[in-house]
Design a protein around this ligand. Sequence first.
Ligand SMILES: NC(=O)c1ccc[n+]([C@@H]2O[C@H](COP(=O)([O-])OP(=O)(O)OC[C@H]3O[C@@H](n4cnc5c(N)ncnc54)[C@H](OP(=O)(O)O)[C@@H]3O)[C@@H](O)[C@H]2O)c1
Length: 264
Amino acid sequence: MREAQRILITGASSGIGRALALGYAAPRRSLLLLGRDAARLELVVQECRAKGAAVETSIVDVRDRLAMAACVEQAGERQSIDLLIANAGVATGLSPGQFVEDPQAVRGAFAINVLGVFNTVEPAIAPMCQRKNGHIAVVGSMAGLRGLPHSPAYCATKAAVHLYADSLRGALARHGVNVSLIVPGFVKTPMNAKLNGWQPGALSDEQAARIIKRGLERGAAVIAFPLFVYYAMRLFTVLPPRIVDSVMARFHYELAQTTEREEP
Ligand SMILES: NC(=O)c1ccc[n+]([C@@H]2O[C@H](COP(=O)([O-])OP(=O)(O)OC[C@H]3O[C@@H](n4cnc5c(N)ncnc54)[C@H](OP(=O)(O)O)[C@@H]3O)[C@@H](O)[C@H]2O)c1
């Protein structure tokens, strides 16, 4: 695949998005880094510039459809976007003693993890199809492969974007646009620090970014890591559900629910 020169990343102020920005930062690269926390984003910008990249930023909430459309369209008009990574997301789950998720937290997670991905990707599709060139990457999760008892709504948001990315890949291939689905396992980031429980195969954000970058460079349809977690989760989808439920019940996880809401 042609090397991406102009790359847009949402959620670039922290964790995987930050590590991807640093991984891509190099002379002759133009990065468009999006986030909400201006101070944290600025630190990432400085590190990327020190590595020789040209960097533009936008402080925008992925829930704001019109603002995201303006941001992505205008960035593409200045110079076409080769690679767009819809990475921004939030985790939410069940705390000890909590048996139902707060409906407001559930809707907050959907607004960011699902509608936020649509808001990021949609404005890039037509310009990429018209150019017959471009690459869209959507960050999902192992939690999108099979429902986990400690985070019902989060799993549902990730399952939604998995199917969205799979469908888009088929729809856009004939227009010369590639779509990759990124399926991380546990990655040590501020989001992940809120999860209390066993984290097999946990990687640093830098390791995760390296794997993602390699996968994107070869145009992989699905970039899942670590593979043993991926295959275990895939196996869980074909085993009888009650057997899988009983295996999962042996592991104890706690994940605080998000304070994010449907509206920014
Ligand atoms: N860490 C893991 O173990 C793991 C595993 C599987 C999948 N993932 C996925 O990987 C992605 C990145 O997660 P991470 O672990 O790097 O988390 P993180 O360190 O908490 O970073 C999340 C990023 O998303 C941004 N974001 C959140 N809500 C936003 C909103 N409404 N508008 C704009 N930006 C928003 C944050 O920006 P601000 O801080 O500026 O608000 C931040 O840059 C997520 O989609 C997550 O679901 C993570």
